[in-house]
Design a protein around this ligand. Sequence first.
Ligand SMILES: [Zn+2]
Ligand SMILES: [Zn+2]
Length: 454
Amino acid sequence: MRRAALFFALALAAPAAAYARAGGGGSYSSGSSHSSNSSGSSYSSGSSYSSGGGYRSSSSGSYGRSTPMSPLEAQLFTGLLVLLVVVLLLVRWLENGPSFGASRTPAAAAGFAALKTADPSFDEDAFLARAEAAFRRVQEAWSTGDMTPAAALLSDGVYERFQLLLELQRREGRLNKLEDLRVNRSVAADAAPGRRFDAVDVRFAASCKDRYVSVRDGSLLSEEDSAFVEYWSFVRSASARGRVSPGAVEGFCPGCGAALAVNASAVCPQCRCWVNSGEFDWVLAEITQESEWHGTPADSAQELEDRASMLFWRWQRCLADKDVAALEGWCSEEGIAALRTSGVGRAAFFDCGVGAVEAQVRRSADGFEYAPVLVRWAGREGGPDAPSRKRRTTLTLARRTGVVSQQNTLLRSAHCAGCGAAIPPAAPVCAHCSLGFKDPAAGWVLVGLETFDS
Ligand SMILES: [Zn+2]
Ligand SMILES: [Zn+2]
């Protein structure tokens, strides 16, 4: 019974605790925890487990054996099942000490087998160790308030997300620091080789002390114990198959092997290769909250989802700045009109977190290809104390039919496709080579943006 009481106390504590952190769950994770108890919710928290069925059944199986419970208790706990899985990992860790053993779901095991057929040099244990090292590197960079040291590990969509969240925190005078970070369990959840990209999703169950400190003098503003679960999607180009040399995780350029100097452009100073393009090594291309994860995205969706993610965060920057400048350079005329009616100047959001980014069905009309991408997110409108609400924003991208993007630019949507320079917010054209980004004959352009309450 004491164990059951502990479970219950931890389960109740969990939604409040998971309120910040680098993964950018922000207010999203707590929102989704609540919605899992609400019958009217359009989200099914249980669905995220369907893809990882093997994992779930093994967890609940051992739970049943170790803690016999009355039917009433069992009924109470059913509604908190998702949280309990998190708590179970935490309790196991408390009892057994940290477990860094790598494991995989049946879906991931099948995906790994296919990956090994495509690339006999692929080593899943080495991959998982590197994924966990990347997880730590990214969290460390987040805690310093600057993602530059991790830029080479991140797609542009993920990099933009981190940099904007950090900047918004700074504007509020605070910095989020994750101390005593522990990866309680990492599990390969899904894996798939693709025509253009190989992808592996890793489920991280982790805990930390989640602190906010003052930017001004470093004094402690708040502290909570936080336990969280996130799916990190690692992606590489098919061209990276067969490469076994160390990469950015180990501090080396995956293209030429030189020690990698830190830079925000993620361009190797030695060989000038684009380190985070996925051409040479795995990069982190998306972070999905547990309640929204449905498996590895389709090969064809990777580019769009990353670009839409980058554009979504630049839109949040527009809202925070009360100015459309941060996105103007990426929009058609209709896109700019949509931006102006999207709340810029009227609304701004605090504790913004993205649950998932999902490419929708494309359509063609009048010589253009249209690609809507749905972003599920949550934020507090108007102030940090406002209630967090879930929203869905659809960003519609368009390009001339027949345009094909260069493979090495697909995960570098915030870099110039011509010369590789980083494109700062509000730049209408590349400062280095004058290439513009709003030509649908050259690539995807934002033509629409619409937000709905969830
Ligand atoms: Zn290099
Ligand atoms: Zn350029």
